[in-house]
Design a protein around this ligand. Structure first.
Ligand code: PEP
Ligand code: MN
Length: 332
């Protein structure tokens, strides 16, 4: 249940009511917002005069629901806004991992050439083998900060676990919570305490509701800036790396107020399908696309098979505006 309380009751009383209702408390300019379990359907009559309005829900997708907030949240994604009244589909590009300064300079130059504003690249890689390249860690974050300084690019980079979450919060413009890290409570609770935008990637074995509830961990802590990313789920199919759940995307668009970003690269797992899939994603009318592109994919230290080379990325980029326009959007 979400309960809006009058600001005039004061913080102490708001805290007391929150405690009585086992609720989270968020202080807004004009009200206090309490969020308790969706199993609560009524407010104690003692508090009736303190309440502005209440919202009841069938499940714990509450702050994220369109029932509560009908419009998609507007979030500042680096230099551009997504959601809200915008019709923006942000195109985010960059390699799977930061590997060297030379490599990330080339990636930055590609984005600048195309007037794109946000660079993706991981420094803490959640690999499936402990023997594979694990990322450059802090050294990588410093290189990304250098790209922001030198080229004015905004940075999205992933957090793998709670040990380095504060580092990633400090260095990134957007915090990416990886599919395998989606349930990490240490990460979610740290992200709830910052105002930096967070993009949560859906776990490949997670339901839509489980994913949205991860967003609720961040929202209920007071950070309003949460977007979701669909990057493919595991099905019986093995010819492709994952199965991109566009039906789930339609659900998220209909029922939640969270901007949705699509990641065709990780779903496909092979460069050959990424361009077609990206156009399909664009036609879904989503808020963003995140694509892996590498100066020389053959030698990439992670996700080599799915990364586009620069020529492929440029060719794909050219085809997107008409698809976006057909669904009332522009690529930014
Ligand atoms: C990535 O974006 O490089 C990544 C590791 O993605 P995911 O968390 O979706 O596997
Ligand atoms: Mn990757």
């Amino acid at each position: 249940m979400i309960i809006h309380l009058k600001k005039s009751i004061g913080l102490d009383k708001a805290h007391q009511i929150a405690e009585d209702n086992k609720a989270f408390l968020i202080e807004k300019e004009d009200k206090y917002v309490l969020i308790s379990s969706s199993s609560q359907k009524e407010v104690n009559p003692n508090y009736t005069s303190d309440v502005i309005e209440t919202f009841v829900f069938p499940n714990d997708m509450q702050l994220s629901s369109r029932e509560y907030m009908p419009q998609t949240r507007e979030i500042q994604f680096g230099n551009v806004k997504i959601g809200g009244n915008t019709n923006h589909t942000i195109l985010i590009g960059g390699p799977c991992s930061v590997e060297s300064e030379g490599q990330i300079q080339q990636s930055s130059a590609l984005l600048k050439e195309l007037n794109l504003t946000m660079l993706r690249a991981g420094c803490y890689k959640p690999r499936t083998s402990p023997y594979s390249f694990q990322g450059l860690g802090l050294e990588g974050l410093k290189l990304l900060a250098k790209m922001r300084e030198e080229h004015g690019l905004a940075i999205i980079t992933e957090v793998r676990d709670a040990t380095h979450v504060h580092e990633v919060i400090a260095y990134s413009d957007i915090i990416q919570i990886g599919a395998k890290a989606m349930y990490d409570q240490g990460i979610l609770r740290a992200c709830a305490k910052t105002n930096k935008p967070v993009m949560i990637k859906r776990g490949f074995g997670s339901t839509l509701q489980e994913t949205v509830q991860c967003a609720e961990f961040v929202l209920s802590g007071g950070n309003d800036n949460v977007a979701l990313c669909e990057r493919g789920i595991r099905t019986f199919e093995t010819k492709t790396r994952f199965t991109l759940d566009l039906t789930g995307v339609a659900y998220l668009k209909e029922y939640t107020n969270l901007p949705v970003i699509l990641d065709p690269s990780h779903a496909m797992g092979h460069a050959y399908g990424v361009a077609d899939l990206t156009r399909a994603c664009t036609a879904m009318g989503v808020d963003g696309l995140i694509i892996e592109v590498h100066p020389n994919p053959k030698v990439a230290k992670s996700d080599a098979s799915q990364q586009l080379n620069h020529e492929q990325f440029k060719a794909l980029y050219k085809t997107l505006p008409p698809v976006a326009n057909a669904v009332g959007r522009i690529i930014v």
